[in-house]
Design a protein around this ligand. Sequence first.
Ligand code: NAD
Ligand code: IPM
Ligand code: MN
Length: 332
Amino acid sequence: MKIVTISGDGIGLELIPAVQAILRPLLPHDVQITEAAAGFGAYERHGTPLPDATRAACREADAILFGAVTTPPDIAGYRSPILQLRQTLHLAANLRPVRSLPIPGTRPNVDMLIVRENTEGLYSGIEETSADGERATTLRVITGEASRRVARTALDLARTRRGHCTMIHKANVLRATDGLFRRAVREVAAEYSDVLLDELLVDTAALRLVQAPETFDVLVTTNLFGDILSDLAAAHVGGLGVAASANVGEHIGLFEPVHGSAPDIAGRGIANPTAALLAAALMLRHLALIDAAGRLETATIATLASGICTPDLGGIATTREVCAAVAARLSP
Ligand code: NAD
Ligand code: IPM
Ligand code: MN
């Protein structure tokens, strides 16, 4: 079995090596872990944010553990390597669980799963700026195929949960694109008589997510809406420092915290490792290492419950101290 780690930039460089040290003893001895370069640091060193060697290593991996990358908005032609990986590895769905945690300030009874289409929509990368720089367009691409695929993923997962799936769109305005998305999801849902499908316009969904997050089970939506709503929902349960995600396709899975490279705290040793640890637990589950996944998740959450946490959660612990506490809970 092969795992590729991509630490990336900023706090990714602090978190992924720390998580890897915790992960190693949980893995069978024959699992190979190799680090690959991506991000702005890679761009500065190799002239590209996603070197060919990284692409090749990822294609051969069973799973990828991704830290975070910095994406400067003002370099012409620069495209975020995580978006390239999601598209080229056909990671069709981005699963973002949001669950109440035993930490102060967390809202009780939240247990939802945001299923975000991961390869198209406003993330098509098809953009144009006029010669005078006064008009710009980004193409919002929606296909029936990708919509049906993400719908199936969401509905299958709803079946294993509370049997409720909410489709989120803006078909009243984006009539062509979200009209197609909505038809495709409804078409697939007709095969799932055991799942209740309802729908919300994205603005109303944002309000409901703030007011009554406990009413959601599975949410299925297009790429940009899923990006925004998953940060919003994470605010109920501790914020970005605890939010993990799984990018899944046919075989390879890419697992990452929802957060970015956090340049405001990078290099200070205080980044919350919880999101990266929970992403690693999602990866273990994907690799069918179910027992190890459960142990890592339990140790991570128990550490938070014991009050050992980083400043974003109101604590005084460093990344290293949180990781040491998790490792101690895992050692026999
Ligand atoms: P961010 O997620 O990096 O940070 C947002 C806020 O959350 C910051 O105040 C940060 O300190 C805090 N935060 C994030 N993760 C934390 C953690 N583990 N522990 C404690 N606090 C944490 O978002 P941003 O500041 O908007 O973006 C910074 C850079 O990251 C940008 O270049 C952006 O493009 C990139 N980005 C990358 C990814 C990714 O690699 N998947 C995701 C989002 C943003
Ligand atoms: C995320 C991030 C990415 C996204 C960025 C870094 C391209 O915000 O994983 O949520 O928008 O998908
Ligand atoms: Mn995001």
